[in-house]
Ligand binder design. Structure first.
Ligand code: SAM
Length: 280
């Protein structure tokens, strides 16, 4: 195994700083620096980019991102115990690592970043999904980020890239694919982490599109998709009853059979429906 930098191995970093993994913080660490460098490479060409990394922990992915040439990494980590370990990395890469000790759901990173920005993270599942939804639904598009490279539990990764007709297809797929290209770029077994989680994981890479794939008002699309998938086993005419008075006519005008179910409707057709609803 070749070293990616001159810093100590991650097992030693963890021992030196007493970083016993805490379940409450979703701490499943990646200790193989070849693997973290591989994940960093999935984030695209980092040279000339600022990288926002959420949940840096002992810094395995942070080191990968810096070794892969990121102009600057902004690391947001909630666990105060990890900060001295991250400061050692900052000292080895002068001027290229800024650390914020805080909760990523509360910190606004924008003042600390210069465009172009890429985002990379290995985060607890619930925090990751909440941040993904926030990053996909800004008030203006294109967003502050050029790409997102995020670790998820495999099942969530599959929901992000799902296509119509599959069980995994739903609100997360529509949200992700409407304004971004999304793909699974790496699969990881539980043993890749210390301690190993119960489930397999996957890295998803999303590249922001310059404009939405199909025109639609974001609020209308979001409302329709939420209502449609809330009752995914019902026919759309029933699931969407109450959203607008003449929903059957709107569905037909959008080229959708009112007897179809949400799972069968393409992203393009959902956007057409959102436009028809706004016309009404
Ligand atoms: N990136 C490291 C790695 O790959 O080894 C750590 C990954 S571990 C799955 C998740 C990290 O996110 C932990 O270090 C944890 O303390 C941190 N974390 C959890 N919730 C957070 C939050 N709300 N904001 C920032 N960091 C958080």
């Amino acid at each position: 195994m070749s070293a990616i930098d001159t810093l100590p191995p991650l097992r030693q970093v963890i021992a030196d700083h007493g970083l016993s993994a805490r379940k409450s913080l979703g701490q499943n660490f990646l200790l193989d620096l070849n693997l973290t460098a591989k994940i960093a490479r999935q984030a695209g060409d980092l040279t000339g980019c600022d990288v926002l990394e959420i949940g840096s922990g002992p810094g395995g992915l942070t080191r990968g991102l810096l070794a892969e040439g990121a102009r600057k990494v902004l690391a947001i980590e909630k666990d105060t115990r990890c900060i001295p370990a991250l400061e050692e990395i900052a000292a080895a890469y002068p001027g290229r690592l800024e650390i914020i000790n805080g909760d990523a759901l509360e910190v606004d990173p924008l003042a600390h970043l210069t465009s172009p920005v890429r985002v990379a993270a290995n985060l607890p599942y619930n925090v990751g999904t909440e941040l993904l939804v926030r990053w996909l639904t800004p008030s203006d598009w294109p967003p502050f980020w050029q790409s997102l490279t995020l670790m998820f539990q495999r099942e969530v990764a599959e929901r992000i890239v799902a296509q119509p007709g599959s069980k995994a297809y739903g609100r997360l797929a529509i949200l992700s694919q409407w304004r971004a290209d999304a793909k699974i770029v790496l699969s990881l077994p539980p043993e890749a982490f210390t301690p190993p989680p119960k489930v397999s994981s996957a890295v998803v890479h999303l590249e922001a599109l310059p404009a939405p794939r199909y025109p639609a008002n974001p609020a209308t699309l979001s409302r329709v998709v939420a209502a449609a998938f809330n009752q995914r086993r019902k026919m759309l005419r029933a699931a969407l009853k109450g959203t607008v008075p003449d929903i059957e006519d709107r569905l037909t005008a959008a080229g959708i059979k009112p007897t179809e179910r949400a799972e069968q409707i393409s992203l393009e057709a959902f956007c057409a429906l959102a436009r028809e609803i706004d016309k009404a």
